[in-house]
Design a protein. Structure first.
Lengths: 96, 372
């Protein structure tokens, strides 16, 4: 379970994850916001269907892919949250 | 002299590996001499089609040979799976060549008709599809596509898994695999060949040159003539998407994992395997014309690879007249022809003359042309 460090500031903003409002802090990556909200796996792979979430959390592994504001396969760990951002989780490969 | 092996295969790409695969288990001592990871290796860069339509223009035997390989492919995929557990993702649902202008389509149809009309051509069916027939088979087809051609014999596989499966099968048998051992010299002795590699010497009763572009340098050492030159192609891998393409096109295919691949371009620019943005842009633009929805699919990576091209584009299979027991096998269709190389070519490399069916592929056809 992830807990925020007490000394990190930043205003609170609201994003939407699969239609549910989630509080995040300005400056959070999407992956950090998801983890702080208790979500650690939010994708299934196109090949085996197994569950995935942020693994490297630094832009290398591409395990944390989510759909952001309608664009699929975004790396949650390298995109910062912004007010009103619509995040949706992915099952399998993106549609064409 | 005493021989270290009966047959040395020079080259560990798809041609050499397929020949070694076909020769293993026949009681011969085999070695595969390979270069290292920095080799120009078509086997690691190719598109993965098993492609028949259009093959055989100007050389009817090439059409028959390609068909025989396509027919033998299911057995090859089954055997590799049972030996190694590696599924090479063979699918042969037919394939389509799309045309974006009426001129393109007319020219293609004319070429195919001339090919099929050749004397002695082992016929295969190629259907000419107009736009509406094509759109039925290809959901999401762009409005610029005017038509195309379909051949039921075409298909595709995962070429990287194919190479790995071949090498895994060789490792399970008693084939000696020597990487990082480029061949420097070949010398014909009374009853065999002395081979100098970067990692030492080897004596072999027979030698099979399957070294791709390297054959141009090696073949003359044993009385063969293999004037192959590099011909560059470029490939783009896109994101994985849900299955949308039920069969491969000649320049766009979707792998069993969902990756979309775009492969195209032919350029004679020597041993240059760097991509160029101009070519990639043109390929991407054309792919988007064929399937407009690809506009929003991101490119993941791109690479170039070098085809091994003979002057007429057809394979060379030959035994040296002056150094019996030295063979050359080279082509630009290592995937398509893998099954033929394993099951038909390899058993013919015995030291007896090659069977008459292989005669059209002799290297001496280029001598004749030069003399004329």
């Amino acid at each position: 379970m992830f807990v925020r460090l007490p000394d990190i500031g930043g205003g609170t903003i609201t994003i939407t994850v699969d239609g549910t409002e989630v509080k995040a802090r300005a400056g959070d990556s999407v992956a950090a916001a998801l983890a702080a909200g208790g979500r650690v796996s939010y994708r299934t792979t196109p090949v085996s269907g197994s569950r995935r979430g942020a693994y490297c959390a630094m832009g290398a592994c591409f395990e944390c892919l989510v759909t952001i504001d309608g664009t699929p396969n975004q790396q949650a760990c390298v995109v910062r949250v912004s007010p009103g951002m619509q995040v949706s989780t992915q099952r399998g490969a993106r549609a064409l | 002299m005493t021989h270290d092996v009966d047959t040395a295969i020079v080259g560990g790409g798809l041609v050499g590996a397929a020949i070694a695969f076909g020769l293993r288990g026949l009681g011969r001592r085999l070695a595969v001499l390979d270069e290292g990871d920095n080799a120009f290796r078509a086997a690691r860069g190719n598109f993965g089609l098993i492609w028949v339509q259009g093959k055989g223009q100007d050389l009817a035997a090439y059409g028959a040979w390609t068909q025989s390989s396509a027919r033998a492919w299911p057995e090859l995929a089954r055997e590799l799976l049972s030996l190694t557990g590696i599924d090479v993702a063979l699918a042969q649902p037919g394939g389509i060549h799309v045309c974006l202008t009426q001129d393109e389509l007319d020219a293609r149809v004319e070429r195919l008709r001339a090919m099929l009309a050749q004397e002695g051509f082992e016929r295969y069916d190629v259907d000419i599809l107009d736009r509406s027939a094509l759109a039925q088979r290809l959901p999401g087809l762009g409005p610029d596509v005017v038509g195309g051609t379909y051949c039921a014999l075409d298909g595709h596989c995962n070429p990287l898994r194919l190479l790995r499966a071949m090498h895994t099968a060789l490792a399970y048998s008693d084939v000696r695999y020597l990487p990082d051992a480029p061949v420097r010299t070949l010398e014909h002795r009374d009853d065999g060949f002395a081979i100098q590699t970067a990692r030492g010497a080897l004596r072999a009763r027979q030698v099979v040159l399957a070294a791709g572009l390297g054959n141009a340098r090696l073949a003359p050492m044993v009385g063969l003539h293999t004037p192959v030159v590099p011909n560059q192609g470029q490939l783009i891998a896109l994101e994985r998407v849900r299955p949308f393409l039920p069969l491969p096109l000649e320049t766009i295919r979707q792998t069993d994992d969902g990756t979309v691949l775009v492969g195209d371009a032919q350029a004679d620019r020597g041993c240059d395997d760097a991509v160029s943005t101009g070519v990639l842009s043109a390929m991407a633009a054309r792919a988007i014309q064929v399937f407009p929805a690809l506009r929003d699919v991101r490119m993941v990576r791109a690479w170039a690879a070098l085809r091994v091209m003979t002057p007429d584009g057809h394979p060379i299979y030959a035994q040296s007249p002056s150094c019996p027991g030295a063979f050359v096998a080279t082509c630009h269709s290592g995937v398509t022809l893998a099954a033929a190389h394993a099951y038909l070519l390899a058993p013919a490399l015995t030291g007896a003359p090659l069977p008459p069916s292989m005669a059209p592929f002799t290297d001496r056809r280029f001598d004749v042309r030069q003399a004329a």
